[in-house]
Design a protein around this ligand. Structure first.
Ligand SMILES: CC(C)(COP(=O)(O)OP(=O)(O)OC[C@H]1O[C@@H](n2cnc3c(N)ncnc32)[C@H](O)[C@@H]1OP(=O)(O)O)[C@@H](O)C(=O)NCCC(=O)NCCS
Length: 121
């Protein structure tokens, strides 16, 4: 319960808006409705969410493919993410491997996962 409260606080609408100013944020839209978000800073993925009623329709895969393409175009050869247990299987499905698993006091189980990227050219 505390973990969910902490995550909800960290990813409140206000914090996501502030994060979008500091980091590059990609959004999946239908008209002006936001279906999902993902953010990339350096070689790390943050703020990856698909709205619960839109999950399972390929939106998460397309957002992930988008940041992988941006990162590899920028010459990044490895992406990293601190995955929550809700997303571990999703990342595995997309070629990410677990490199570390920790129990964080505030955010519960955090699984660091990485994927090697192909650099174009
Ligand atoms: C994880 C998340 C971003 C995936 O987005 P999505 O739009 O639902 O994913 P997709 O529809 O692109 O799924 C692609 C594939 O992964 C599978 N998949 C998606 N989420 C999964 C999960 N949590 N566990 C296992 N498999 C999953 C799907 O079954 C699908 O497989 P298929 O193509 O064979 O049917 C989304 O479920 C989400 O926002 N979850 C809650 C927040 C979260 O965990 N964010 C990540 C924090 S690090």
């Amino acid at each position: 319960m505390r973990v969910i409260k902490n995550l909800s606080r960290q990813y409140s609408a206000e914090n996501l808006r502030d994060m979008a100013i500091r980091r590059r944020m990609y959004i999946h839209l239908t008209g002006d409705v936001i279906n999902g978000t993902i953010s990339l800073r350096g070689d790390t993925i943050y703020a990856f969410f698909v709205a619960p009623d839109k999950q399972g329709n390929g939106i998460g895969s397309s957002l992930l493919a988008c940041v992988e393409e941006v990162a590899s175009t920028q010459g990044t050869n490895k992406l990293s993410v601190d995955a929550s247990i809700t997303a571990k299987e999703f990342y595995k499905y997309h070629g990410y491997s677990s490199v570390k698993e920790e129990r964080d006091r505030w955010y519960g189980v955090v699984i660091t996962m990485e994927k090697k990227l192909q650099i174009p050219g």
